[in-house]
Design a protein around this ligand. Structure first.
Ligand SMILES: C[S@@+](CC[C@H](N)C(=O)[O-])C[C@H]1O[C@@H](n2cnc3c(N)ncnc32)[C@H](O)[C@@H]1O
Ligand SMILES: [Zn+2]
Length: 286
């Protein structure tokens, strides 16, 4: 009995998106075989394990490596490779009252933002974690792609997420999303940006999300001007806590413009008790 038997994923669903896949190393097209995907351009091979395509290219984008080689999110990428670590993360969101309340509010915000964009044929959730937000996406798309760099998270999601349709699951880095340009209608990226230590990584993230999305992106970031961050800054000389990895709304707007999109809504998760905001970026149509 394999660990995925509780919620088997249909191999057909990976086939459904085979045409949309692109090599995370060279962007070449991928051919789907019996238990692996092979790049037709560079011949790299990517295993498919229990229906999960292992397409994660770990590491930092080239710009970060050149500018700040020691300051990267590389270590964070390793945090949820094991299912036990992913389980601990996801159970805490199920058990703690404050986290359950946060999830409820996140669901409500996502419902509203996605509802404003009309139904999607294909939606990408990266990083999907253990599928905490997936039940919301189910109602807004015909096909959901759940991707995370942590294999443990993707496996946890496959075991626990109940959806009305099959999801496609893969490991992937948000810095090298293994999809062609405009492959999905929209992409959601929650709670990753504030783990990225450099402006180069944050810009790369935003650029990749917008590259693979034909219409829109919803992305969370930690607002530099939030009360939560201002208080943290004020306390820093005393409690020595490191600064949060933040962005201003203006920075998000400028980056979105540079990558062909407009910031059209930016609700706060909780105005007083959280610094997280949801940015809805809508692509300019040619
Ligand atoms: C805080 S969790 C959020 C997961 C989910 N979006 C949620 O809100 O529950 C952050 C996730 O980012 C993943 N991660 C870290 N670096 C990544 C990267 N470069 N690309 C894709 N996922 C990444 C981690 O494995 C982890 O599951
Ligand atoms: Zn390739």
């Amino acid at each position: 009995m394999t660990h995925l038997e509780a919620a088997p994923i249909s191999a057909r669903s990976l086939q459904d998106v085979a045409e949309l896949l692109a090599c995370p190393w060279c962007a070449g097209p991928l051919a789907l075989g019996a238990d692996a995907l092979t790049c037709r351009a560079c011949a790299r091979s990517f295993a498919v394990q229990d229906g999960i395509a292992l397409l994660a290219r770990a590491g930092t984008p080239e710009a970060t490596a050149a500018q700040a080689p020691t300051l990267t999110s590389r270590a964070y990428q390793q945090q949820y490779q094991a299912v036990t670590d992913a389980t601990r993360y996801n159970e805490s969101y199920r058990k703690l009252f404050s986290k359950r309340r946060s999830t409820e509010r996140e669901h409500a915000i996502l419902n509203e933002l996605l509802g404003s964009q009309g139904r999607a044929a294909r939606l990408l959730d990266i990083p999907s974690g253990g599928g905490r937000l997936s039940p919301v996406f189910d109602a807004h798309t015909e096909l959901l792609i759940e991707a995370d760099i942590g294999l443990g998270q993707v496996v946890y999601g496959a075991m626990h997420t109940v959806l009305s349709k099959p999801a496609v699951r893969m490991t992937a880095s948000a810095f090298h999303i293994p999809l062609k340009d405009g492959a999905v209608d929209g992409t959601v990226c929650c709670r990753l940006c504030h783990h990225l230590p450099t402006p180069a990584e944050r810009e790369r993230l935003l650029g990749e999300l917008l590259r693979v999305s034909r219409r829109f992106v919803v992305m969370t970031f930690f607002d530099h001007d939030s009360l939560k961050n201002r208080l943290r800054q004020a306390r820093a000389p005393f409690d020595k806590k490191p600064p949060k990895m933040t962005m201003t709304i203006a920075q998000v707007k400028t980056l979105a413009r540079a990558h062909g999109a407009e910031l059209v809504a930016c609700p706060a998760l909780f105005a007083l008790f959280s610094g997280h905001r949801f940015a809805l970026l809508v692509k300019r149509q040619a």
